[in-house]
Design a protein around this ligand. Structure first.
Ligand SMILES: C[S@@+](CC[C@H](N)C(=O)[O-])C[C@H]1O[C@@H](n2cnc3c(N)ncnc32)[C@H](O)[C@@H]1O
Length: 237
């Protein structure tokens, strides 16, 4: 697996075994895009499918209102958005003063995230990686975001363990996804990949859960009434 890291100011070593470059030095990562195939075997579709989707559709640019509410009282620090897509959450965090790394398998999504962040005057670092095996720097982040990532059980366990391990003492984890009651209307048509309160409650044994609720906050228009579940947890200091 070859990952690609794009860093605007400094090079964080996120164990990504990849290449870094600085913003403004061109986007030279497309040649290795095909190296990411894990998304098709337990992840959430092939990176090419997400690339096509992001190229064809305008993905929402507004951050998750739940994340905004939960994070706003916190002092900015280092954040990582695992499965960021075009970075609606990561870009907002960067504009709020966070030092943000966005990770995704879609090069197109990450290009859009970097472009949006640059236009907002709040550059971010991006890492092109397969989250079914990616390991972020352990103990390094004050905030970890996992939004709307619906893997099969084994890959989800890896992702959740990696997310918890990435937290610095006192750091917060935000996870949100579609509830299994949304089966057939939101998320993948596979109950194993959807979330329940029990699943999230049992997935982060090293963390203290501060909030764990079913919600449809923020859902509007065609998404109104979707059942989501979110977790807000902290790594004990
Ligand atoms: C539903 S989108 C969520 C994007 C963003 N978190 C949000 O809430 O708007 C799912 C994202 O997961 C990414 N993804 C799917 N499988 C992946 C994998 N194996 N490794 C890395 N990213 C993956 C896709 O490229 C896509 O950007």
């Amino acid at each position: 697996m070859t990952n690609q890291q794009h860093t605007q100011t400094s090079e964080h070593n996120d164990h990504s075994r990849g290449h870094s470059h600085s913003h403004g030095h061109g986007h030279d990562h497309h040649g290795e895009h095909g190296a990411l195939h894990g998304g098709g075997s337990g992840g959430q579709g092939h990176p090419e499918d997400w690339d096509r989707r992001y190229a064809e559709e305008e993905w929402p640019a507004q951050p998750d209102p739940l994340l905004v509410r939960l994070v706003s009282p916190l002092p900015p620090g280092r954040a990582i958005d695992l499965g960021s897509g075009p970075g609606r959450n990561g870009v907002w965090l960067a504009t709020a003063g966070w030092d943000v790394t966005c990770v995704d398998a879609s090069a197109v999504g990450l290009d859009q995230a970097r472009d949006r962040a640059a236009r907002a005057g709040a550059p971010i670092t991006t890492v092109e990686a397969d989250l079914t095996s990616y390991e972020p720097e352990a103990g390094a982040f004050d905030l970890v975001v996992v939004a709307n990532i619906h893997f099969h059980a084994e890959q989800r366990e890896h992702l959740f363990a990696a997310a918890a391990a990435a937290l610095a003492p006192g750091g917060h984890l935000f996870v949100v996804g579609h509830h299994v009651d949304s089966l057939g209307t939101a998320g993948p048509p596979d109950p194993e990949r959807l979330y329940t309160e029990e699943l999230l409650a049992g997935s982060f044994p090293t963390l203290t859960v501060e909030q764990l609720e079913r919600t449809s906050e923020g859902d509007t228009g065609e998404h109104k009434g979707w059942q989501n579940v979110y977790l807000w947890a902290v790594r004990p200091a």
